[in-house]
Design a protein around this ligand. Sequence first.
Ligand SMILES: *Cc1c(COP(=O)(O)O)cnc(C)c1O
Length: 394
Amino acid sequence: MTKPTKYRTRTSLVHGGTVRSQFGETSEAMFLTSGYTYETMEAAERRFKNEEPGFVYSRFSNPTVRMFEERMALLEGAEDARATASGMAAVTAAIMCQLRAGDHILSSQALFGSCRYIVEDLAPRYGIESTLVDGRDLNAWKAGLRPNTKVVFLESPSNPTLEVIDIAAVAEIAHSVGAKLVVDNVFATPILQKPLELGADVVVYSATKHIDGQGRCLGGVVLSTKQWVDDNLANYLRQTGPSISPFNAWVMLKSLETLDLRVREHARNADAVARFLEGHEKTGRVLYPGLKSHPQHDLAMKQMEMGGNIVAFEVNGGKEAAFRFANALKVIKISNNLGDAKSLITHPATTTHQRLTQEQRAALGIGEGMLRLSVGLEDVQDLIEDLGAALGRA
Ligand SMILES: *Cc1c(COP(=O)(O)O)cnc(C)c1O
């Protein structure tokens, strides 16, 4: 299912997909253009009939966007990729482009808030039923399956509680009724986890997170086989238009050059931070896939190369203590974004997951004292000192 690549990851991330203009520029060119000109009317006609290759309109494709897509496909080991304006545009397109009224979606319940909205609220409005299950329970996946299940969707590790789902096992369950498995791989990143190798059919990213990595641009990517892209995704995107700006695609393309280096350093920092937090008297549960205490540590280490950069933890004393602690941080900033070079902390119960009822949050293990920390690229000793000083004030 995955495509062999010619060069190793770091080489592909620096050179993959680059197409040079007649000027031979070293850095990839930014083609800020909405349209394209043709030598003759006959040439335009041929281009529209797909009789000759080339660009037609930047809602459909653009040279800078295409370079980003080609580089992402090489990284993922996918046959093809399409970039979108945001991660949510990618998730929405990946799910909706292959469904019609009467179909069924089976999904894990521990999801990024907006992903949960697509599956739970939006799809049913168009006659597409959905079932949400505890993704850690393979029997729940089997029980949730229906003959008309067309899409199985999951996020692993999940936001914000870092639940880990057995991707290979769920792929097998999905395929038993001919459903496609779509994996939101944002938390794991394309460096640390390869869902296509584990049996998934489609992988989606919010490129806004680690792929940009410096908190500048929104973007998304959908990756799969060429056949699936041609049959389902390409026309859906072309007609509905959630296109990424060539400028944003250029920023992402340049960021990919350092993705492998950054993600590994992020994960090393997060591992040290998680160990520090776990040993601290003012913290309760610390959830990080790389910790031995994580309930699915073995599975996480089987399907991920490292634990990623997100750590969730409880501060003893509930919401008030959590707020006092976060307000006392100096290096770590309060923000709901993640995957940034800057360490960012958020309180899911009052921000990213406030839309859920208290019971729904409790079912997901999102307590009032829980914080989600996206560990950045600062010197880890400064992060640990910042956390330690702020815990002293919680
Ligand atoms: C951020 C995020 C998204 C949405 O991405 P945007 O670029 O913000 O639209 C989807 N899934 C997960 C897991 C995310 O973290």
